[in-house]
Design a protein around this ligand. Structure first.
Ligand SMILES: CSC[C@H]1O[C@H](OP(=O)(O)O)[C@H](O)[C@@H]1O
Length: 364
């Protein structure tokens, strides 16, 4: 995306320096800081500590992590070690495994001496593919917004959860790409931004994105969506996903399932925007998706900007309060109106998904 003084992508190669540049998303929205990843460990830490996050960007970072890993040793043993280290960073986003499998598929058959160049090339191609895929998600999703705009006065009100924006991908985003395309086409669109506790990706990242793009929006608490839908203030819910099963069960940031229930109860269309690498064709039942459990301290401590302009964290409960931090939940396909993919909008149904992506079904 075009933000003054900011690269148009969330990750970029610095091959001459043997590095990869990323935005440190833990510092947004108050500080815009970039980091150069130079080693396999740098890439793994950036994913695990969420300097980069979002399924497609996790995959892209892992792909470049493989390239960084084999600079001095491109043996099959090193490839396997790098795969294992990167795969262990976060368990839920399937793009991580998809990208690592893509890299291994290209690198293993090659002579050792050819692997490093091929790794940088495939990682760059994965990023280029992601940009085009997310652009097309926007093109297809914009039609949904336009259909609503044509039958109502005033803005099309979209509710989204967490950050499935350009910061979660290489560019455009998934859930926000239809919003950006609609806005840029001159459609009147407004976004309700779920703050998305505990890490506040909505408050910190989606708000920052929409502010910089000039898209009208309001930040709301995670528990507001039900009332907004009951009052007819939401025309459409669009969220992202970290892993969607072959049958259309959707794993996404914790709280998504509750929004889907409220949408169903209020007849609000509930769409999930996803690139096909986020579909796990090896899995049917969403209950089998591994749900990441992160540090309880993310629930207990909230980062933010102090009134003195410093970035700090505050404790919002008594010292030592026990906390649980499940990072994702699963929305059954029956609650999903449709999936917005790079090939078009499809119902959350196994045979419909398979017909749209026969090449992926065959490959599994
Ligand atoms: C386009 S993937 C966005 C997806 O990733 C987020 O999770 P996290 O910030 O923990 O990586 C969230 O589930 C978003 O919907």
């Amino acid at each position: 995306m075009k933000v003054k003084g900011i690269p148009t992508r969330t990750i970029w190669p610095l091959r001459a320096d043997g590095a990869v540049g990323i935005i440190d998303q833990t510092r947004l929205p108050h500080r815009y800081e970039t980091v150069e990843l130079r080693t396999l460990e740098d890439a793994a830490r950036a994913i695990a500590d969420m300097l980069v996050r979002g399924a497609p960007l996790i995959g892209a970072t892992a792909a470049y992590g493989m390239a960084l890993a084999i600079r001095d040793d491109a043996s099959k043993a090193r490839l396997s070690e790098a795969y294992k280290v990167l795969h262990a960073t976060r368990p839920t986003a399937i793009n991580l495994r998809w990208a690592l499998d893509e890299m291994m598929g290209v690198l293993k058959p090659l002579p050792e001496g050819d692997r490093e160049d091929a790794a940088w090339a495939r990682a760059a191609a994965i990023c280029d593919e992601d940009v085009e895929i997310c652009r097309m998600i926007g093109v297809h999703g914009m039609d949904l917004i336009r259909e609503i705009a044509e039958r109502k006065d005033g803005p099309v009100n979209v509710l989204t959860h967490c950050n499935a924006g350009w910061l979660a991908t290489v560019d455009w985003g998934t859930a926000t790409s239809p919003v950006y395309h609609a806005h840029d086409e001159g459609l009147d669109v407004h976004v309700w931004v779920d703050e998305t506790r505990p890490r506040s990706q909505g408050a910190a990242l989606t708000s920052w994105e929409l502010l910089n793009h000039g898209v009208p929006h309001h930040l709301v608490t995670d528990n507001s969506g039900g009332l907004l839908m009951m009052r007819g203030m939401v025309d459409l819910v669009i969220v992202g996903t970290d892993r969607t099963t072959a049958s259309g069960d959707v794993c996404n940031k914790i709280g998504t399932y509750l929004k889907a229930l409220a949408a169903k109860d209020n007849d609000v269309p509930f769409y999930v925007a996803l690139p096909s690498p986020t579909i796990d064709f090896r899995l049917d039942d969403g209950i089998d998706i591994p749900i990441e459990e992160r540090s309880p301290d993310e629930v207990r401590w909230v980062p933010g900007l102090t009134r003195d302009g410093d970035i700090s964290e505050v404790l919002i409960c008594p010292e030592g309060t026990p906390a649980a931090n499940h990072a994702f939940d699963v929305t059954p396909a029956r609650l999903v109106t449709g999936l917005i993919t790079e090939k078009g909008v499809v119902e959350a149904d196994k045979s419909a998904i398979a017909r749209l992506f026969p090449e992926r079904v065959a490959a599994e």
